[in-house]
Design a protein around this ligand. Structure first.
Ligand code: GLV
Ligand code: MN
Ligand code: MN
Length: 406
């Protein structure tokens, strides 16, 4: 049975690492993320058979099973945040997984197979632009030359990993998916459906596919006073039209979403017509066909707007994650577990990306529990009540017991 007071206290302890008020900035592969791993590891210490950080910065804590060599049940979530994010995205799943395992052990539970808690590194990709980084490394799904990607301070992933004490090669974190019997992740919902339905927990049926890209618009840098309006090739104004067209396109395609969250203008002075503008693309949908439709229409907009404004536009694909249906058998286990703790959990499609996609797409039976959250997500107003987290932890513990029992 979950110790709700301890769980609430641990959520607060973790939030203080990189936290200020309700805002948390704990970016991937930083010293703060490392401090968070050490804290979670210390909670598990009395019951753990082993604790280690791998070459991609992931924390694995192993709880022994009677069949030492049997594939392990993997349970966890991520421990990084976006800049100025909230206290619960990822962190809640790590706190609840640790609480479920520790409380099971305190109650004398014995597992037939090993259970591993994982705190994935750099899920958000906010620093280096590679989302689901730690789980992608473990399941061999990193983009080519990932270690060379650089953050805004010009530090590469390899350098960041070396600063944490590793070799700098995240591909060394790869494990055989056959090492795992299943993967479970508890996460806040990050949207309003559970709140509107008045239900504490949901079970995830599918996770959207994701396309991440970067658009570069090349115009002509010029004098802001001397260049008459008809003689300009303003890269920023062309980019503005493209960004607006993405919004219009995504709104027309059911269940698709399109977002530009980063933009840079060069040279970036108020008296210079911008010569170059780069911006990010984040396109998601529960069907790959819908993502393709958004991209096709956006490419048409590029040809039209680029041609009309005399600017060159190129699109670079940075990362894609396939639409991910989760395992039906694990879903049934989670539906039973949530029922057993008194919740009729609805099945939900996740619009957020999750580390669960990497094991699932590698053939590891995977399931997710959503905990009701309010106040949005990727913002300091993000909130989940400890009582909901505790009931989610009870359900998670039941699912762990069932899946680790044979
Ligand atoms: C992670 O939160 C994502 O969905 O981008
Ligand atoms: Mn998350
Ligand atoms: Mn997130």
């Amino acid at each position: 049975m979950t110790d709700a007071a301890r769980l609430g206290d641990r959520i607060a302890q973790l939030a203080r690492i990189g936290g200020s008020g309700t805002s948390v900035s704990r970016l991937g592969l930083t010293a703060l993320e490392e401090q968070a791993r050490a804290l979670v590891s210390s909670w598990c210490e009395p019951h753990a058979a082993s604790r280690r950080r791998d070459e991609a910065g992931n924390l694995f804590v192993r709880f022994a099973g009677e069949k030492t060599d049997a594939p392990a049940l993997l349970v966890g979530s991520h421990i990084d945040s976006v800049p100025d994010g909230g206290r619960f995205d990822g962190a809640l799943g790590v706190c609840c997984a640790a609480e479920a395992l520790v409380s099971l052990k305190e109650a004398g539970a014995r597992f037939a197979r090993p259970v591993e808690l994982v705190a994935w590194a750099d899920e958000e990709g906010a620093r280096f632009g590679i989302g689901l980084f730690g789980s992608a490394a473990v399941f061999g799904k990193l983009p080519p030359n990932a270690a060379e990607r650089r953050d805004k301070a010009d530090i590469s992933i390899a350098e960041a990993l070396r600063a944490l004490g590793g070799s700098g090669d995240p591909t060394k974190a790869k494990r055989d998916p056959k090492e795992f019997s299943a993967y479970l992740e508890l996460h806040i919902e990050q949207g309003p459906r559970l709140e509107r339905a008045g239900v504490a927990l949901g079970v995830v049926s599918d996770i959207v596919g994701i396309y991440h890209g970067r658009v570069t618009v090349l115009g002509r840098q010029d004098h802001a006073g001397a260049t008459v309006m008809g003689a300009r090739k303003d890269a920023l104004v062309a980019a503005s039209e493209l960004i607006r067209s993405l919004e219009l396109i995504a709104a027309l395609i059911p269940d698709a979403v399109g977002t530009v969250g980063e933009i840079a203008v060069r040279p970036g002075a108020k008296n210079v017509v911008p010569g170059e503008c780069t911006f990010s693309l984040d396109i998601r949908a529960p069907k790959q066909g819908s993502i393709d439709d958004v991209l096709d229409a956006f490419n048409d907009a590029v040809a039209d707007i680029g041609g009309r404004r005399g600017v060159d536009v190129s699109i670079e694909r940075l990362q894609t994650v396939a639409v991910t249906p989760l395992d039906a058998g694990i879903r049934d286990v989670l539906v039973r577990a949530t029922k057993a703790v008194g919740v009729e959990a609805p099945l939900l499609v996740s619009g957020a990306g999750h580390d669960a996609q990497n094991p699932s797409l590698s053939g590891v039976p995977t399931g997710m529990i959503f905990v009701r959250s309010t106040g949005g997500s990727h913002t300091p107003t993000e909130f989940a009540a400890t009582a909901d987290a505790a009931v989610g932890t009870d359900a998670l513990a039941r699912a762990i017991e069932e899946l680790a029992a044979s």
